[in-house]
Design a protein around this ligand. Structure first.
Ligand code: GLA
Length: 367
């Protein structure tokens, strides 16, 4: 859980922005809610390496260097993340780590970096994709510091099949999110069938959050409504994705802050078992009903309405795995409204307005 500069700021990053973001993590309670990593994405470096072959921070954006930024973030009890790329240049055209993996990993370690996002632009064609991640995976293991390895190859080479073997702790397996409802819907629908590969140790990263961007920033393409941000955040939590905030947290509304700090949703996301949700038969597409086993015999149920009209699907306990012959019933609490639905024996209907969702936590009792 953390924040990444890309979605809102793109190239417009600076020491001041990062320090203010760190201050706000503490003051707003995001840190207490579990958000930990502050990650500087692409566009932080000078265009040339130093004479001894090291990456150099942009002197205008980061006049005191990266160790200074890192010390500041650590002084707040937070962790520091940076970005590089497996190819010949980063996606935005800056120096990249191909054939500099070991010197760069050591440099990041010297700067006190705790997290490395590792992108895939301009990958040389004569080395296979997985090998580029094995190289950095090995460099990070040998750099003398614990650094979380966040792979980002957008799903190339069926990344979910081999990425765990590179030592990565999380992996992007889609193209970039943009600040629109269709973007987060399409990412969710494409990833749900692949979540069996995501598990403790190495998680499917469904991309940085667009929650709270409201059409402003680097990946803004129209924006979403607050109800749509609720759907997006709830979907990411059901998928146990890393939660990397992407909006300008210094200027967000209380409503957005409360959503990002929602304890029930964060608990679903961070559940230690990270079991994938399963979609209820016949519903994927327009509306989507997801059911998920949590640890401690709890269950999460999400009803997501992507259509332009109200939906009222029936939730049959039979479809969840609880037939009448079980002698059991279920009780649910809706996370946003607190509304309770108790002692359901067979089915109940859920009314969900257009472009909105209902999220339940449930338990099973004997009748
Ligand atoms: C790629 C990544 C994005 C971001 C940009 C930076 O597109 O997928 O998340 O890091 O590069 O240039």
């Amino acid at each position: 859980m953390g924040w990444n500069s890309w979605n809102t700021f793109g190239t417009d990053i600076s020491e001041e922005l990062i320090k203010q973001t760190a201050d706000f993590f503490v003051a707003s309670g995001l840190k207490d809610a579990g958000y930990e990593y502050i990650v500087i994405d692409d566009c932080w470096a000078e265009m040339e390496r130093s004479a001894d072959g090291k990456l150099v921070p942009d002197a205008k954006k980061f006049p005191n260097g990266m160790k200074h930024v890192s010390d500041y973030i650590h002084s707040k009890g937070l962790k520091f993340g940076m970005y590089s790329c497996a190819g010949l240049m980063t996606c935005a055209g800056y120096p990249s780590s191909f054939d500099h993996e070991f010197v760069d990993a050591r440099t990041f370690a010297e700067w006190g970096v705790d997290y490395l996002k590792y992108d895939f632009c301009y990958a040389p064609k004569y080395i296979n994709g997985p090998l580029l991640y094995y190289r950095m995976g090995m460099a990070l293991r040998e750099c003398g510091r614990e650094i979380l390895f966040s792979a980002c190859n957008w799903g190339s080479d069926n990344v979910w099949q081999w990425i765990r073997s590179t030592g990565a702790h999380m992996y992007r397996s889609t193209g970039d999110i943009s600040d629109t409802p269709n973007s987060f819907r399409d990412i969710a629908l494409s990833q749900i069938p692949l979540l069996g590969y995501s598990a403790p140790g190495c998680y499917n990263d469904t991309d940085m959050l667009i929650v709270g961007m409201f059409g402003k920033g680097n990946v803004a393409l129209g924006g979403c409504t607050f109800e749509e941000y609720k759907m997006h955040f709830a979907l990411w939590c059901m998928m146990a994705s890393p939660l990397m905030i992407g909006c300008d947290i210094r200027n967000m509304s209380d409503e957005v802050l409360d959503l990002l700090k929602n304890k029930d949703l964060i608990r679903i996301d961070q559940d230690e078992e990270a079991r994938p949700p399963y979609p209820l038969a016949g519903r994927v597409g327009t509306d989507l009903v997801l059911f998920k086993f949590l640890s401690d015999r709890e269950y999460a149920l999400g009803v997501f309405n992507f259509t332009d009209g109200m939906i009222k699907p029936y939730i049959e306990l039979f479809d969840l795995g609880l037939p009448l012959s079980s002698g059991c019933c279920m009780s649910f609490r809706e996370i946003f409204s607190g509304e309770r639905i108790d002692n359901v024996k067979e089915c109940f209907s859920v009314a969900v307005p257009a472009h909105s969702c209902k999220m339940y936590l449930g338990r099973i009792d004997r009748i």
